[in-house]
Design a protein around this ligand. Structure first.
Ligand code: SF4
Length: 422
């Protein structure tokens, strides 16, 4: 993306990611792996929300922009699911996980909807049997519309799946072709209607600032999402990764370039306006939602596994798994955690991370912060807090520090402020 300094902007570039994503993590040393294994012997009971994430990295075809570690070779599905269950059992057998209660089961990937109804039922019942999922736990399942037959939607519903998370990306057929999405907009929309008719909630992903996309096309995508009465929409600015077919076609001039930061920002601000006007509130990283659970306190821990899984978070350990499916299967066969990267963050880093709640639109309670870290946020991060307050990007209200409406488009930039010499 072109970087263009605009008068009145608090930063000269809109960040897309916060600090501490999995790409910044290290491969594990034997010491940290053994610290991790020892830690899991502790008691894990707490009153915090925890999430369980089995990961199924298969897709029917690769979308042109996709940078996830996914496989389109379904020959491996049977051996992969066997390995996944074994890896899940490695976690569930530990005291920490045994004594943990999970409020959400989230099946991610990939497009896990490509596996069979029997395999879906098998993975879900395995998780519910091996882990303490609270009786009222939510089950969310990632899916793509072209792998969702009526029969599969019925199977998901009868396996107590509450919500499907679907990568729609755009309803514009020409842009869908550019993105190499495998079904047309009319079919995709019919599937969304069917899912809702069957009683499931629908959350979709939309991408903006696509090559050649106009503001009107983007407004049209949002309008169609609203007409379909989806429960929530995650709006992501396109991130171009050089190895993807999309980036290559842009580099050779076969496709037009993506818009600059100013175009991207205008699209975000427009989405913010339209969603708010229609009763959807911003929440989480990139979501506009009208579902009350989306405004609950976020999960404090994510226990999960699978090839390419990257959200692992247990106490101060952050981990992600081996991406290659065969490599993942082999590691699990050895009886070892299939972890590729593992960090144990320090108390200081944990404190910085606690401030990052601001960017997911959760206010930071000053008194709780002091109870945990021995000082108020403004004592721990005087420069960052002063700077952000004076620019009107954050504010203090009822003893809590929170994002302002002006700060909302800059929330990722704001999260980085607490990782500088703050
Ligand atoms: S369906 Fe999702 S995970 Fe699969 S290739 Fe497309 S973008 Fe990637």
């Amino acid at each position: 993306m072109n970087h263009k300094m605009n008068n009145g902007w608090p930063y000269d570039h809109v960040e897309h990611w916060p600090p501490m994503t999995y790409r910044n993590r290290e491969p594990p040393t034997s010491q940290i792996l053994s610290d991790f294994a020892n830690f899991l012997k502790n008691d894990g009971s707490s009153d915090q929300n925890k999430e369980l994430q089995p990961w199924i990295p298969f897709c029917e075809g690769r979308c042109a922009f996709c940078y996830f570690a996914v496989s389109c070779d379904k020959q491996n599905v049977v051996s992969y699911i066997a390995a996944l269950k074994k890896a899940l059992a490695l976690y569930s057998e530990n005291n920490y996980v045994k004594s943990s209660v999970f409020t959400e089961l989230y099946v991610g990937g990939g497009s896990p909807s490509v596996i069979s109804n029997e395999q879906i039922a098998d993975v879900l019942s395995f998780c519910r049997e091996k882990f303490n999922l609270r009786a009222d736990h939510l089950t969310k399942f990632t899916a793509c519309t072209n792998s969702l037959s009526e029969n599969k939607i019925t199977a998901l519903y009868s396996n107590n799946v509450n919500q499907l998370d679907i990568g729609i990306q755009t309803f514009n057929d020409s842009l869908r072709k550019t993105l190499m999405i495998r079904d047309g907009s009319r079919d995709a929309k019919n599937k969304l209607k069917l899912i809702k008719k069957k009683g499931l909630r629908v959350s979709i992903d939309l991408l903006y600032n696509l090559p050649g996309q106009t503001l009107e096309q983007w407004q049209d995508d949002i309008t169609q999402a609203l007409e379909l009465e989806v429960e929530s929409v995650d709006c992501y600015p396109l991130d171009l990764y050089p190895e993807t077919p999309l980036a290559k076609k842009i580099a050779t001039g076969e496709l037009p370039p993506v818009g600059d930061d100013s175009t991207e920002l205008d699209m975000y601000v427009e989405a913010y306006r339209i969603f708010k006007e229609n009763g959807y509130e911003p929440t989480c990283h990139n979501r506009f939602s009208r579902v009350k659970e989306d405004f609950n306190k976020p999960s404090s821990e994510v226990v999960g596994t699978g090839a390419g899984f990257f959200m692992g978070h247990i106490d101060r350990f952050l981990y992600s798994d081996i991406e290659d499916i065969q490599g993942y299967i082999s590691k699990v066969k050895e009886g070892s955690f299939p972890i590729a990267r593992l960090n144990k963050i320090s108390k200081e880093e944990e404190m910085r991370k606690a401030m990052m709640l601001i960017y997911i639109r959760v206010p930071v309670d000053r008194e709780n912060f002091r109870a945990n870290y021995g000082k108020f946020p403004e004592e721990a991060f005087p420069n960052a807090i002063n700077k952000l307050k004076s620019k009107g990007l954050i504010e203090e209200k009822d003893g809590k520090i929170q994002l302002t409406e002006k700060g909302d488009p800059w929330r990722f930039n704001i999260s980085w402020e607490f990782f500088k010499n703050a």
